[in-house]
Design a protein around this ligand. Sequence first.
Ligand SMILES: [Fe+2]
Length: 308
Amino acid sequence: MQATALKAKLDTHPIAGALGAEIEGVDLSRPLDDATLAAVIDAWARHSVVFFRGQNLTVPQMEEFGRRIGDLSIVFYVNPVENSSHVTRLLRFADAEPGTRSYGEYWHMDQTIHVEPPKAFLLQSIDCPPYGGDTQFASLYAAYDNLSDGMKALCDRLVVVHTPGGFFGKGDVKKPLETKGSASQFNRSLTELEGYINQEVEHPLVCVHPLTGRKHLYMSRNYCVRFKDMTEQESAPILDYLQRHIERPEFTCRFRWSQGAIALIDNRCTQHFAINDYTGFRREMLRLQISGEAPVGPAMPRRLEAAE
Ligand SMILES: [Fe+2]
C-alpha cells in the first residue's frame, strides 16, 4: 500500500503462530478513513485472516466494508438474503438431525473453480452456539515454506485442474445437495447445474500473492481433481500428501465465534474448515464474497485467458 505515513496504528493480537489475528478498536459500522483501511489491509496481509469482535453490522454495513476491500461477487447457485444481492446466509437449525452434514465441514478454499476466483470473503456471526461451531484456518504460506527444496521445485512446476465436479460429483456419482449443508440455500437443482459442474479451470499449484509477493500453495482438495497432463490416479498421492501437510496443526488457527464477530478471510493463501460439533444448537452466519484476479505463479506466469 502507498503512503506508510498515512497508516493508522492498530491494536492487533495474533491468535496463533502461522496466521490469524484479532483487531481491536476498529468500528466497521462507520466508513473507515483511508489510514485505518490501509492499516487493516496491512494487518490482513501479514496475518491472512483478521477478526473484529462485537461489530453486529447490518447487511448494508457489511456490504460497505466489503466494497472497501474489492468488488462484491456471489456464488450464483446460492440465494442471497432479503434486500441484498450479495450477502448470503449459512444456517443450521437447532433441530438438525445428529449426523446431518453442515456447510464447509472439511478443509477447503471457496470457489477456486473460476478463472478469477474470489480473493476474499467476510463472515459475520449472527447466532452462535454456546460451545462448538468454531472455524479453523490453515496458512498456505506456512505449508509451502515447510516443504523440502525438492518438493518446492516440483510444486513450482505443477498446474492443477479445479472443477466443481470434485465437489458435486460427476455423471452417475453426483453427491446430493443435502450432503452440502442446508439444501434450501441452493437455488438450482443438480440437473440445472450439470453444465457448470463439468467445467474445468487450471491454476498454478504455487502462486505469488499480489499483496505480499510471497509464494503459497493454491489448492483445495474438494475441487482439485488432477494435475494438468497427468491422470487422477497419478495426481492423487501428491494432492493427498499436500492436503495432509496443509492440515498440520502448527499451520492452522482456530477462531471461537461470538455474536457480531466479523472475519476478513484471504481466500488466496488460506483454507478453512467449519467444525460441525454443535448438534442441538442454532448457528447462523452471514457471508459476503469479494472478487479476485486470476492466480499467478511460476507454472503459469501469464494468464491470457483472464482477459476473456
Ligand atoms: Fe467455505
